[in-house]
Design a binder for this molecule. Sequence first.
Ligand SMILES: [Zn+2]
Length: 252
Amino acid sequence: MQLSNLCWPAVQSLSKDIPVVIPIAAVEQHGHHLPLITDSMLLGEIVQRAERELSDSVLVTPLQWYGNSHHHLDYPGTLSCPPRTYLDLVAATVDNMVAHGFKRILVLNGHGGNDVPGKQALFELRQQYRSRQDLLLLFATYWSLAPNVAEEVAGLFQQEMAHACEWETSMMLCIAPDLVGDYLAAEPVEPGNAFRPASRAWITQDRSTTGHIGWPHLATQSKGEQLLQQFSAGVIGMVHRIRNWDGSAWEG
Ligand SMILES: [Zn+2]
């Protein structure tokens, strides 16, 4: 169920225990072969598939395309909200839904740069509402909800999500082939280990001149369809867990 299609009395009459999904993504460079809107389109598709299955048992807010992408700003066209402002933007959206009485909220992310500010936004809200025991504030990036995807999808070479890579290009070939450029000409860009397990700060130009990271030339439509199925199933599974939560326990 799309929040934006309802009138306010309809929102008022909803059970406040319904799981709320707040999709957040980005408009940022995706190499020479994918459009800027890639992350928003992919998350939109995954959420739409999940929503079709979940029907009236989930409430979805409009996808927030304005993301935190300052690490991509060297590439023309990238639109990025400064990280501290972004943190407040995510917190404000969640807080709106808490103000309307909703208690079970999943911020569903489709872009790596939103991860740190998005999680911090939820931690700060939890502290703001510290006397509440009935709030479930969750953050998940869609590909983390399908951890076995590399084994489940036939023929995948990449073991994890990169950028404008085998995974993203495959999914875009599925949903918007007209927007995909010459991915077969894209040279492999190794993600590297970057001092793991430490987390190294980076801007995209540290790692890639074209803007992509990974192996886009290995993309196929069939891999894309399987990835989309796995990722939407991951979202559906998480929404079921949220719905089955007893309303106060730590575990779920
Ligand atoms: Zn992306």
